[in-house]
Design a binder for this molecule. Structure first.
Ligand SMILES: O=C([O-])CC(=O)C(=O)O
Ligand SMILES: [Mg+2]
Length: 403
């Protein structure tokens, strides 16, 4: 059929194409330490997906960055994932109907010739690209990403504000209990109502007074969560569970190795109170294993899968489907990572909240400059895309990619 014979086709805007993908490694180094790693050498990948769409005289660019905890994935991006996308037929990367980029089609192209299983690291590379693609798609439609997601998946309904908690309470040289109390108090002063702190980096007898100090400042143990970052073996995880159970904390996070589901199930059952885990599971298949075998309970536990570390929003949508199939509400998800992509997903797809790092992981921590936290909730920016341009220190870093 000729193009002339098809009025709808000829009226359609030409399909978007990707002109260039830029990538760089940046430092996120800091002196903080959790129970298993210090962040003195931490890095992140940033990418810019430059499209052929122009607005206000400038190309529309989607930006992405990797979440904290894993290092930059520059080698994988340069050697495999970026070339696959740039080599593909541009028609294979777009939604036929709208002509806009199609994150699912691009994901499929990026993951060509990748065997199943073993998800770590490449899931970070794909996650960075996926963030930039969704950012570009929403910018091209000229809407904030949370609205685009709500329109596509929830009949247009989005949450106008999202619960966020302040994650901190790290160990660092010279920090004593008075320092921890000052830190927790400063989160309250900045509008947070719940705080998460690190445990497992010192003997339990030293952690318990730290936890009690945080409870004292917050006035209520249900506003304090603790995170062992997978440090404990069975005996230590159970000893900690026994010791903290009387407090009635918000949750007990990652007591033991994140891939040892049976161990997790034993600790969960012994502890009985809310648990949280999932930040080190990097695919919907791993999420399903946790739900099947980890002893997690949909009425009280929290799952913290971080899309930026785990193949992006495309795979996170599959994870939400897995949760749904197993009787879990999306409201039980409070993603790890404290970034704006998860904030947009939380508002647009109805999650339970999002993490926030008020004082660590600069400039990748936190949200738009114009949206302060009030009474434990944050409002959404109206910026098109993920909203990264509204966080000035982050945007400055992203702009170092050019454009
Ligand atoms: O210290 C880290 O690696 C970050 C972390 O676990 C969290 O935010 O839950
Ligand atoms: Mg954690």
């Amino acid at each position: 059929m000729s193009a002339l014979a098809s009025p709808t086709l000829s009226a359609r805007r030409p399909a978007v194409s990707i002109v260039e993908i830029r990538e760089k490694t940046v430092s996120v180094a800091s002196p903080i330490r959790n129970a298993v790693v210090d962040f003195s050498q931490m890095t992140a990948s940033i990418v810019a997906v430059v499209t052929d769409r122009v607005r206000d005289g400038k190309p529309i660019i989607g930006y992405g960055f990797s979440s904290n905890g894993r290092y930059a994935a520059g080698g994988l991006l340069r050697e495999r994932f970026i070339p696959r996308i740039l080599r593909a037929d541009p028609a294979a990367l777009v939604d036929e109907e709208s002509g806009n980029l199609d994150p699912f089609a691009i994901w499929k192209v990026a993951m060509q010739n990748e065997k199943p299983g073993g998800h770590g690291e490449r899931s970070v590379a794909v996650g960075v690209l996926d963030m930039a693609i969704w950012d570009a798609v929403a910018k091209i439609e000229d809407v904030p990403l949370y609205k685009l997601l709500a329109d596509r998946y929830r009949g247009g309904a989005y949450d106008e504000k999202v619960f966020v908690y302040a994650a901190g309470g790290y160990y660092y040289p010279g920090k004593d209990i008075a320092g921890l109390k000052d830190e927790v108090r400063s989160y309250l002063d900045r509008g947070y109502t719940q705080v998460k702190m690190k445990i497992g980096g010192v003997p339990l007898a030293e952690d318990l007074p730290r936890i009690e100090a945080a409870i004292q400042v917050l006035g209520d143990a249900s506003r304090v969560a603790v995170d062992a970052n997978g440090r404990f073996d069975l005996r230590a995880a159970l000893a900690c569970a026994d010791a903290i159970k009387p407090y009635g904390l918000a949750w007990y996070e990652e007591p033991c190795d994140p891939l040892d589901y049976q161990l997790h199930a034993i600790v969960t059952s012994a502890y009985g109170l809310p648990m949280a885990t999932g930040e080190n599971l990097f695919s919907h298949q791993d999420a399903r294993n946790l739900i099947r075998y980890g002893g997690m309970r949909p009425d009280r536990d929290w799952v913290q899968f971080d899309c930026a570390l785990s193949y992006g929003l495309v795979d996170y949508i599959r994870t939400l489907d897995v949760l749904d199939e197993h009787g879990w509400s999306s409201r039980r998800c409070i993603p790890h990572g404290g970034h704006q992509l998860s904030l947009a997903i939380a508002a647009g797809l109805g999650l339970g909240g999002n993490e926030s790092y008020p004082d660590v992981f600069f400039p990748f921590n936190g949200f738009a400059d114009e949206t302060p936290v009030e009474d434990g909730y944050i409002a959404l920016s109206d910026a098109p895309g993920v909203g990264l341009e509204r966080k000035s220190n982050l945007y400055e870093t992203l702009r170092s990619l050019g454009g």
